[in-house]
Write a protein that binds this ligand. Structure first.
Ligand code: CA
Length: 235
């Protein structure tokens, strides 16, 4: 089955190039020239992935992202221009899975697409009705709330477990400290975001092969943390 990619881009040349490239790479690529058309096409047929330009006429990229996220977990890659740093982060807060900055090469775009599709399609292994996520030597059993490293159960505090499962269920997606705090406590305690750093530091000592050089819980500078995608190398 071909993966279907919805390409939302208002600049005709860029959109045409992306469509031609994606089709040559074996995807089915659907073009949308503005946000309104994107939402219409999305409701007609749910794609496997959406590439979404931030600055769009009619309905902008953030609004399209928010609308799609209301009832779909389809992976979304936001496309931003260099001077859109704040919007870039806003896009992530709204539930985008990754972003790419203009100008980008088609090779880079392909690497991002492959990484995002791999993340969203793998990782989950059903065994005996139990949902177990495996990452290298690490095993997270979501039903038993049990984490194993090299086959040995490791003791995590409830906060550490919440942070780990929040991150590893969306591999590669960055979370702010506030988002992790909310996941941990169920509500926001403004000013206590730095407490997440302590939990993360303790978590790394327990699960990382080398806590000084983490491969699972990665720092996203200026934002928070994400779970490492060990396959995401081609960038
Ligand atoms: Ca644009």
């Amino acid at each position: 089955m071909q993966d279907v990619i919805l390409v939302v881009e208002d600049e005709n040349n860029i959109r045409a190039n992306m469509i031609a490239f994606l089709e040559a790479e074996g995807f089915e690529a659907i073009p949308a020239k503005d946000g309104a058309e994107a939402l219409k096409l999305f409701s007609d047929r749910i794609p496997d992935l959406v590439i979404l330009d931030l600055m769009l006429p009619k309905v902008d990229g953030l609004e399209v992202c928010k609308t799609i996220r209301r009832d779909s977990n389809v992976p979304i890659i936001m496309v931003t221009a260099r001077d859109e740093e704040i919007d870039k982060l806003l896009g992530l807060e709204l539930g985008a899975d990754d972003y790419i900055t203009k100008p980008f090469s088609l090779r880079e775009l392909k690497a991002r697409i492959k990484a995002v599709l791999r993340r969203t399609k793998s990782g989950v292994v059903k065994s005996n009705e139990e949902e177990i996520l495996t990452f290298g030597n690490l095993e997270v059993n979501l039903d038993r709330r049990e984490v194993k490293k090299d086959g040995e159960i490791i003791d995590l505090t409830p906060s550490e477990y919440s942070i780990l499962t929040t991150l590893c269920q969306n591999v590669g997606r960055p979370y702010s400290r506030l988002q992790l705090l909310n996941a941990t406590l169920g509500e926001s305690y403004a000013g206590y975001e730095r407490a997440i750093d302590t939990h993360v530091s303790n978590l790394r000592k327990k699960i990382e092969p080398n806590p000084q050089k983490p491969v699972y819980i990665l720092t996203v500078y200026g934002l928070g943390y994400k779970f490492g995608d060990q396959y995401e190398v081609d960038q």
